[in-house]
Design a protein around this ligand. Structure first.
Ligand SMILES: NC(=O)c1ccc[n+]([C@@H]2O[C@H](COP(=O)([O-])OP(=O)(O)OC[C@H]3O[C@@H](n4cnc5c(N)ncnc54)[C@H](OP(=O)(O)O)[C@@H]3O)[C@@H](O)[C@H]2O)c1
Length: 360
């Protein structure tokens, strides 16, 4: 957007929506951040408007205002309809952040969507997440038409991520010693950098982008991902060399109580196969065609490190003790028993879509 646009970020107190607001402030826009103020702080330079989307009068502070661009991260249709009633008419461009969880099948590439929940559903259950986002998307599309831009991210990573899926790896490497990784190296992994995503959404509002696209930043084999995290830390002077990495098959990890995704006892960014093969291989081209530019992974890692360097502390992931136990069990498994590495026999195909380098 050119300077001095009137931007509203619904949310703005945590991770992605906070990053969108920060970037908007840096670009010189007049930025309003509207939320309850319960999850965190709005960025410096933004006007904070206290709202509560779950009550009828909770939106009064926004009524009658006009915006050039609105960004919304809501997950629940009952919180989306009333905001549209209050602001859709008076907004030039509406960016809704959805998710690839809207797709019904995770085990294969398919564009079939979940059946939406009711448009006034207030169900906060995680099991309803995909169906709720479909309903939210529909509400936005119905009200905004070609003024709506709907993006569906997969795993979002970078500074401020409360799940710290990516953060597990730099912190783990910095600790040294033998590192446990989810085999095989060819396992696909995909993500979008939070700063790249925020820049993309602001650019899209500027150019009046409309429609619905997946917001996948990059895809790599897990082995290349881990190597590049190590190389970035060496380049950044955090470690002298990447520690030894031991790739252990998924079946063994699951048997030992190591979790995929994120949270306690997890290996961050590991998404289980074959149940989620489709989740790790969504196309990157639609976002690129809409103007997305990906930072090199090394930049994401360095930015994450710098944001956490003062008090590096894992918010999620495997403890060193648990990791040591699993590695000991792996190295001590009976010879000849040779747990079949089913992963290694899978014909992984990581799409090699070109993503242009981020040019600032
Ligand atoms: N993280 C991932 O890897 C991932 C993957 C796929 C998709 N996504 C999507 O990406 C987006 C992430 O958004 P985010 O990082 O900004 O986190 P978020 O947790 O979705 O943030 C929600 C925001 O809404 C505000 N809010 C919640 N309830 C409210 C209410 N009743 N009234 C007013 N405001 C309310 C919160 O602030 P207060 O609590 O201060 O009110 C917060 O700022 C979401 O749309 C998510 O579905 C994330």
């Amino acid at each position: 957007m050119s300077n001095e646009k009137n931007v509203l970020v619904l949310g703005g107190t945590v991770f992605l929506s906070q990053t969108i607001a920060e970037h908007a402030v840096k670009r010189g826009h007049r930025v309003t951040v509207a939320s309850r103020g319960a999850s965190g702080e709005p960025p410096e330079g933004a006007e904070f408007v206290k709202i509560d989307r779950s009550t009828g009068e909770g939106l009064d502070a926004l009524r009658g205002r006009r915006f050039d661009a609105v960004f919304d991260v809501a997950r629940i249709p009952a919180l989306v309809g009333p905001v549209l009633d209050a602001l859709a008419e008076a907004t030039a461009h509406w960016s809704f952040i959805s998710t690839i969880s809207v797709y019904k099948h995770f085990d294969k590439m398919s564009d079939e969507l979940h059946d939406p929940t009711a448009p006034d559903s207030a169900d906060p259950a995680l099991e309803a997440y995909g169906a709720s986002k479909v309903a939210c998307e529909n509400l936005v599309r119905e009200r905004l038409g070609d003024k709506a831009f709907i993006t569906r991210p997969g795993l979002i990573v970078g500074p401020g991520d409360r799940n710290d899926r990516l953060g597990y790896w730099p912190l783990r490497f910095a600790e040294g010693g033998e590192v446990l990784a989810p085999g095989p190296r060819e396992r696909p992994v995909q993500w979008i950098d939070v700063d790249d995503y925020a820049a993309f959404l602001l650019d899209a509002a500027d150019t009046g982008e409309s429609g619905t696209v997946d917001a996948i930043g990059q895809q790599k084999a897990f082995g290349a991902f881990v190597d590049e995290v190590g190389d970035a830390l060496v380049e950044h002077g955090v470690i002298k060399e990447t520690p030894e990495v031991t790739w252990v098959p998924q079946e063994f990890l699951l048997e030992q109580g190591v979790n995929p995704w994120s949270g306690p006892d997890s290996l961050g960014m590991w998404v289980p196969t074959p149940d989620y093969d489709g989740f790790q291989t969504r196309p990157t081209d639609p976002a690129v065609a809409a103007g997305f530019k990906a930072s090199p992974l090394s930049d994401t890692v360095k930015r994450w490190w710098d944001a956490n360097a003062e008090a590096p502390q894992l918010k999620a992931g495997l403890t060193r003790q648990k990791e040591g136990e699993v590695l000991a069990a792996w190295h001590g498994r009976p010879v000849g028993e040779g747990l079949a590495d089913l992963d290694a026999q899978r014909p992984f195909a990581v799409p090699q879509a070109e993503t242009p380098a981020y040019d600032g």
